[in-house]
Design a protein around this ligand. Structure first.
Ligand code: BEZ
Length: 386
């Protein structure tokens, strides 16, 4: 009897590794995105894109199933540290994916750096995330705020405009987008004569539009996104400014917003790392799959979510699904050419995409690509020591 029991125990021990291999634990993805507020639609598009890539891999990444733990971060920096620490410490997520708002993303980057948790930022452009806060375990699938601003500054200067006014929300994304624009515009011979702002997420633009009319600049540069961008474009036209002072923007001004902006957006020029008319086989396949899955056209946010999942896939393929091997994940991502619908991109030293910035013009309900504003633009990664 005793020998029989011993044999059973030995058999069970022999089978255990097999059973464990068959049921490799799921990868827990902490999705920290806005589900409410002015950036809610951006959060949904990012999640849709992420899930689409996972679905295309049969619901698994590097052979491991995915479990999602979701938090609505409300684009509220005051709640960000609590939200992200719950994901890390209470929910024990393997990887953080988020978020949209730069202020919230900086809290996520701090928590990721302190805990060593892998973080992939699928939108927020906070320069600091791939600047002074950069870390071997932090990656971005999107852009730095500097990038579209700088690209648009070059374009506006080349158009021969001399005097520009900027208008944006007063927080990291707005400030840094304007700083990028100003750097290139002034290098190209222009001058920013007035910098206007209002607190995020306010949309009472009237007093500031009156100031723009009084300043009579040659051009206006702006960063707004989501619901705020819809209202700004409509108010700019309603104030009669669209006819007299050309409006330029980081592409978020018209991405995912054209249905709501209607004719008021027609003809606007913006710079961004995605456009609706790239006409590459890769983008066409992505757009078709996205439209089939969600009965919606994708936008830049959907692409960034899709690529965040791709990046996780590349990292995990290198470690055969072992998320604890952070150095190997980082090495694989640093060497990777990411096959994005936007066009293939690589990651710079600070883990921010090196990518083409397209010049887009709104025509009908599309951001049509009309040229390259800046080729293979790399963020300078100022302050990043890795
Ligand atoms: C940001 O806060 O970084 C951001 C938000 C929306 C669109 C682009 C950037």
């Amino acid at each position: 009897m005793k020998m029989y029991r011993t044999t059973l125990v030995a058999l069970a021990a022999l089978c255990a590794p097999v059973a464990m291999a068959q049921t490799a634990p799921k990868i827990k993805v902490g999705l920290m995105l806005p589900a409410t507020g002015t950036f809610a639609a951006l959060g949904t598009a990012i999640e849709n894109g992420f899930r689409l890539y996972v679905a295309e891999q049969g619901g698994k990444i590097a052979g491991r199933e995915i479990e999602y733990v979701k938090v609505d971060d409300e684009s509220d920096p005051a709640k960000a540290a609590d939200n992200v620490n719950k994901l890390i410490k209470r929910d024990n997520v393997d990887v953080l994916v988020g978020t949209v708002h730069s202020g919230v993303a900086m809290a996520m980057a701090k928590a990721a750096k302190d805990s060593g948790t892998l973080l992939i930022v699928p939108n927020a452009g906070a320069d600091a995330v791939t600047g002074p806060m950069c870390s071997p375990n932090i990656f971005r699938s999107s852009f730095s705020n500097w990038q579209p601003g700088y690209a648009m500054g070059e374009v506006v200067a080349k158009k021969g405009h001399k005097k520009a006014v900027t208008i944006t929300w007063k927080y990291a994304a707005g400030d840094e987008s304007v700083r990028g624009f100003k750097e290139a515009f002034e290098k190209g011979g222009g001058q920013v004569v007035k910098e206007l702002s209002l607190p995020f997420p306010n949309v009472e633009f009237q007093a500031l539009l009156t100031e723009i009319a009084a300043a009579k600049p040659d051009a206006v540069y702006t960063f707004f996104a989501g619901g705020g961008a819809v209202k700004f474009v409509k108010d700019y036209a309603a104030a009669g400014l669209k006819k007299s002072i050309p409006l330029y923007g980081a592409g978020f001004l018209t991405d995912g917003t054209l249905e709501a902006q209607g004719a008021d957006a027609d003809g606007l020029l913006t710079a961004l790392h995605y456009a609706d008319s790239l006409n590459s086989p890769r983008d066409a396949a992505f757009r078709l799959a996205y439209a089939k899955a969600y009965k919606l056209q994708p936008d830049v946010y959907a692409v960034q979510g899709y690529d965040a999942a791709q990046m996780l896939g590349i990292g995990l393929a290198a470690t055969k699904g072992d998320i604890s091997k952070k150095n190997e994940i980082a090495e694989a991502l640093r060497k990777a050419k990411i096959d994005s619908p936007r066009g293939a991109f690589t990651l710079g030293k600070s883990h921010n995409p090196v990518q083409d910035m397209y010049l887009r013009e709104v025509s009908g309900k599309e951001n049509k690509m009309v040229g390259i504003a800046s080729k293979a633009l790399a963020d300078p990664g100022r302050g990043c020591k890795m």
